[in-house]
Design a protein around this ligand. Structure first.
Ligand SMILES: [Zn+2]
Length: 59
Protein backbone atom coordinates (compact mmCIF):
# COMPACT_ATOMS: atom_id res chain seq x y z
CA UNK A 1 0.00 0.00 0.00
CA UNK A 2 1.27 3.48 -0.78
CA UNK A 3 0.04 7.02 -0.28
CA UNK A 4 -1.64 7.06 -3.66
CA UNK A 5 -3.87 4.14 -2.76
CA UNK A 6 -4.83 5.83 0.49
CA UNK A 7 -5.87 8.88 -1.52
CA UNK A 8 -8.03 6.70 -3.75
CA UNK A 9 -9.66 5.02 -0.77
CA UNK A 10 -10.36 8.35 0.89
CA UNK A 11 -11.76 9.72 -2.36
CA UNK A 12 -14.14 6.79 -2.83
CA UNK A 13 -15.12 6.04 0.77
CA UNK A 14 -17.05 9.17 1.61
CA UNK A 15 -20.10 9.70 3.77
CA UNK A 16 -23.32 9.26 1.83
CA UNK A 17 -26.45 11.31 2.38
CA UNK A 18 -27.81 8.71 4.80
CA UNK A 19 -24.58 8.50 6.82
CA UNK A 20 -23.54 5.25 5.17
CA UNK A 21 -20.26 4.82 3.27
CA UNK A 22 -20.86 5.58 -0.41
CA UNK A 23 -17.70 3.71 -1.48
CA UNK A 24 -18.64 0.46 0.22
CA UNK A 25 -22.08 0.60 -1.34
CA UNK A 26 -20.67 1.34 -4.81
CA UNK A 27 -17.95 -1.32 -4.65
CA UNK A 28 -19.64 -4.15 -2.80
CA UNK A 29 -23.30 -3.10 -2.50
CA UNK A 30 -22.64 -3.18 1.22
CA UNK A 31 -24.24 -0.83 3.71
CA UNK A 32 -21.51 0.27 6.11
CA UNK A 33 -21.84 3.14 8.58
CA UNK A 34 -19.31 5.86 7.78
CA UNK A 35 -16.43 5.88 8.54
CA UNK A 36 -15.99 2.29 7.41
CA UNK A 37 -12.82 0.42 8.40
CA UNK A 38 -11.18 1.28 5.08
CA UNK A 39 -11.75 4.99 5.51
CA UNK A 40 -10.48 4.75 9.08
CA UNK A 41 -7.43 2.80 7.92
CA UNK A 42 -6.58 5.32 5.20
CA UNK A 43 -7.13 8.22 7.59
CA UNK A 44 -4.86 6.75 10.25
CA UNK A 45 -2.22 5.95 7.63
CA UNK A 46 -2.36 9.50 6.34
CA UNK A 47 -2.15 10.95 9.83
CA UNK A 48 0.94 8.84 10.47
CA UNK A 49 2.52 9.95 7.18
CA UNK A 50 1.83 13.61 7.98
CA UNK A 51 3.32 13.15 11.47
CA UNK A 52 6.40 11.48 10.00
CA UNK A 53 6.80 14.30 7.49
CA UNK A 54 6.45 16.84 10.28
CA UNK A 55 9.07 15.09 12.42
CA UNK A 56 11.42 14.94 9.44
CA UNK A 57 11.08 18.69 9.02
CA UNK A 58 11.84 19.33 12.67
CA UNK A 59 14.98 17.21 12.66
ZN1 LIG B 1 -16.24 2.36 2.77
Amino acid sequence: MNAEQEQVILAVHVRGLDGMCAGCRAWWARLTPYPCWQAEWATSRQARAITARFLDGVR
